[in-house]
Design a protein around this ligand. Structure first.
Ligand code: ARG
Length: 253
């Protein structure tokens, strides 16, 4: 019985530790931080050939350099990103997550690395405002704030959700939906890259603060990240990356 108890305690301890996020000290000792992103959300995180790049990828790389660490990227579906944090599968997520109450219950957010919001995109040019969405079919990416916000709009006929934002975009191009709601910078980029699609920008449906996420309660790591992030805000590194991608400074003010 005693033996059984000891084993049970050991197992419980193992379980407790395996769900423990890596502390900043453990990460420092290892010399490397593991960050997960999606890689399908241009211009924030995307692939150029086989190379992961984008605004927030470069911001993360600059932050991690200031922290004196190496960076290992993991890329996977948007929906799986935050759930990997309590499982200790990676140390941080940077994938354009808007800070909201529900997510804040599950993860610890760092300082926002940009401010943006959801914009209504159509091809007919008539679906411009929240009110215009009544009776319409709207495409959004699964698990996003766009889905949550569109659901709140009165009278929307149907919200179709897609595993990738690019699929939601394609649904609009092929006119299977009346509108696509996505990040305003993502939509702008899509319109520039694909002028033939004839995207028309409508109103912003909402605005949000976009931040990196850490395992809930991993404040040591969040603080170390924020400190390095403040340094790149102050020394011009952030401004240069922002100018390169947007020709403007997208920091939250
Ligand atoms: N900003 C939106 C949200 O907070 C969408 C993020 C989508 N990110 C991505 N990597 N596809 O949910």
């Amino acid at each position: 019985m005693k033996m059984f108890k000891t084993i049970a305690t050991a197992l419980a301890l193992c379980a407790a530790f395996s769900v423990q996020a890596r502390t900043i000290d453990a990460i420092k000792q290892d010399g490397k931080i593991v960050i997960a992103t999606e890689g399908q959300f241009a211009p924030f995180n995307y692939f150029e050939g086989t190379k992961l790049t984008g605004f927030e990828v470069e911001v993360a790389e600059a932050v991690v350099k200031k922290m004196g660490l190496k960076l290992e990227w993991k890329t996977l579906g948007f929906d799986a990103l935050l759930t990997g944090l309590p499982q200790d599968r990676w140390d941080a997520v940077i994938a354009s997550h808007g800070v909201n109450e529900e997510r804040s219950k599950a993860v610890t957010f760092g300082e926002p690395h940009y401010c943006s919001g959801g914009i209504i995109v159509s091809i007919d040019g008539k679906t411009r405002t929240g009110a215009d969405l009544a009776g319409k079919v709207v495409a959004v990416q699964t698990g996003t704030s766009y889905l949550e916000q569109v659901k709140k709009v009165a009278g929307v006929k149907d919200v179709k959700n897609f595993p990738q934002d690019t699929d939601a975009q394609r649904a609009l191009i092929s006119k299977r939906v009346d509108a696509w709601v996505s990040d305003k910078f993502v939509a702008k980029e899509a319109a520039t890259k694909n002028p033939k699609a004839g995207f028309k920008m409508g109103d912003m449906l909402f605005i949000e603060h976009i931040a990196p996420a850490f395992a809930k309660g991993n404040t040591g790591l969040a603080q170390a990240w924020n400190k390095a992030f403040d340094q790149i805000l102050a020394d011009g590194t952030y401004a240069a990356i922002s100018k390169k991608y947007f020709n403007e400074d997208v920091r939250c003010t």
